[in-house]
Design a protein around this ligand. Structure first.
Ligand SMILES: Nc1ncnc2c1ncn2[C@@H]1O[C@H](COP(=O)(O)OP(=O)(O)OP(=O)(O)O)[C@@H](O)[C@H]1O
Length: 508
């Protein structure tokens, strides 16, 4: 018998979430972190003068200022919400009590440094935190949907136990909702809670606007066996370099578009390919099979007809057994109408549940999102504040690369003039093979695990090997200046040029 998907009855089990996480043994920070901090600042209108020395002018001494830490006392079941701009840093330390950032527990006395972050530190039982630095916005919120999110976790735990006892796969959960409804945040929270109780969920990112352990423009899947990185969100993959938190190994596919509806001819087959790999993984990995899959989606597919077809496609490919609708009554009723009473291939009834959007969700403007994407790309090549990577630049001939550019969709007028039954498949090629050109300057290219002369379908369905950046194109000498994460010859593989993520002019 299938257990019901009930979000109300499990509140009492919240105390179970206070398990010691591996991070809880983090070393104490040094004494100097506890006192007021002395930081080096540069006065507006002045360059950093610490390395300059002009005769007669003493510009060598940096201006020092004392920043006093602020201590916040949080009552139980409240959260401190904060926003930090890019280029600014804020340090946060848990002084006493218990607290978590999107589900990941913070150890006492560990200092975390945030930049370009919008997040919240929640406490189930009350805590004191110390904050050093200027937040763009920060406040304490007393109303949060964390109890509902915890109950969602316990409802999933019930389904996992039932699935295990009946020899079935754990729940495959799809999170849908409008843009900025908190879908990714909810995925992080229920993933963190699952790993906290020893589960190993497979997390799938179908939102190409943000990368999960990869750069934007990709779809990926990763099994989470350990804690997430509090500062970076998801954490690091081996391509981001070593990390204090165990690195995760993502399986990545490239789509090269920000909006899946722009070219269903790419998105749907890549989703199918990823789903096949994930479902195979569940059969090979007992822990992942027991825990199941959590799928994040782009907000745009929750907006109406074309998007609903994508949702239908995802539900059938991943054999989704629970659809969680975040923050939209209308979407909830549309999903109920579409899936209520339907069963998965394995005969499970598809549950459709609605959960509240957090009042803390922030609408991110395009400038912030662009900086966020660029920071993900920068980190892929150069590492971050804690890890410095050494990418290599090399000059290569045009004919050393075989490049496939995503084909432009044929417009409706042209389609209407074409004879016969016109479908997207019959009118569009997937890629156009192109010769390097000046247009390619500053773009990111994707190397996939396919032979350069493979079929277009095989190239589209191949997993990603890595990314390169075109720093310069010399059309007279037929040469490209390429930045790659490692040195040596580029592999003889097909290379895809997509329109997403957009080029970066100042990467090097
Ligand atoms: N409780 C909270 N307090 C503060 N910030 C929050 C909270 N919940 C979410 N956020 C922030 O709000 C922003 C939007 O949330 P999130 O990325 O989870 O939404 P989304 O639905 O996945 O968005 P998209 O549709 O663009 O993928 C993020 O920057 C996230 O960190």
């Amino acid at each position: 018998m299938q257990k019901s998907f009930d979000l109300k009855v499990l509140v009492k089990r919240v105390k179970d979430l206070r398990l010691a996480s591996p991070q809880a043994q983090a070393p104490e920070t040094s004494e100097k972190n506890r006192a007021a901090k002395t930081v080096k600042v540069t006065l507006p209108g002045h360059a950093d003068t610490s390395k300059m020395s002009l005769p007669g002018l003493d510009l060598s001494a940096p201006v020092e200022t004392v920043v006093s830490p602020t201590v916040y006392e949080l009552k139980e079941q409240t959260e401190w919400r904060f926003e930090v701009t890019f280029g600014n840093t804020v340090e946060v330390r848990l002084l006493s009590g218990t607290a978590e950032l999107f589900g990941t527990e913070l150890p006492i006395q560990q200092t975390y440094t945030f930049t370009g972050t919008k997040a919240a530190i929640y406490t189930w039982h009350g805590c004191r935190i110390e904050v050093v630095g200027d937040c763009q916005v920060d406040y304490i919120a007393e109303e949060t949907p964390m109890m509902i999110y915890a109950n969602l976790h316990f409802a999933l735990e019930n389904l996992r136990d039932t699935a295990y006892s009946e020899g079935r796969d754990g729940p495959r959960v799809l999170i849908v909702g409008p843009e900025n409804a908190g879908k990714t945040t909810l995925v992080k929270i229920i993933t963190a809670y699952a790993t906290k109780v020893g589960r190993q969920p497979v997390v799938v990112n179908l939102d190409t606007k943000e990368g999960l352990l990869s750069i934007p423009g990709t779809l990926s899947a990763t099994t989470f066996t350990s804690v997430m990185d509090v500062e970076k969100g998801w954490g690091s993959s081996p391509t981001n370099g070593p990390s204090q938190v165990p690195v995760k190994l993502p399986l990545v596919y490239y789509m090269g578009l920000s909006n899946p509806e722009e070219k269903a001819l790419i998105y749907k087959p890549v989703v199918t390919r990823l789903a096949l790999s994930v479902m195979n993984r569940l059969q090979d990995d007992g822990e992942a099979k027991e825990t199941g899959v959590i799928i994040d989606t782009p907000g745009i597919i929750s907006q109406g007809k074309g998007g609903y077809e994508m949702i239908q496609h995802i539900v059938s490919e991943f054999s989704v057994s629970a659809v969680v609708v975040l923050g939209s009554e209308r979407l909830y009723s549309d999903m109920l109408r579409r899936f209520n009473g339907q069963t998965t291939g394995a005969g499970e009834i598809i549950a459709v549940v609605k959960v509240d959007k957090s009042g803390g969700c922030v609408d991110r403007d395009e400038a912030y999102l662009q900086q966020f994407r660029q920071s993900q790309i920068r980190e892929y090549f150069f590492g971050d504040a804690n890890t410095t990577l050494s990418p290599h630049t090399q000059q290569i001939d045009f004919n050393q690369l075989t490049i496939y550019k995503l084909a432009e969709p044929i417009d409706d007028l042209l389609k209407s003039l074409m004879p016969g039954d016109v479908t997207e498949e019959s009118t569009s090629a997937i890629f156009d093979k192109v010769r390097p050109s000046a247009q390619m300057q500053n773009v990111i290219l994707t190397i996939v695990n396919a032979h350069p002369e493979d079929t277009q379908e095989n190239i589209r369905d191949a997993s990603v090997m890595g990314f390169i950046y075109i720093a310069d194109v010399d059309e007279k000498k037929n040469k490209l200046k390429v930045l790659a994460p490692v040195g040596g010859r580029l592999p003889n593989k097909a290379i895809i040029w997509g329109s997403w993520p957009e080029g970066i002019s100042d990467l090097m």
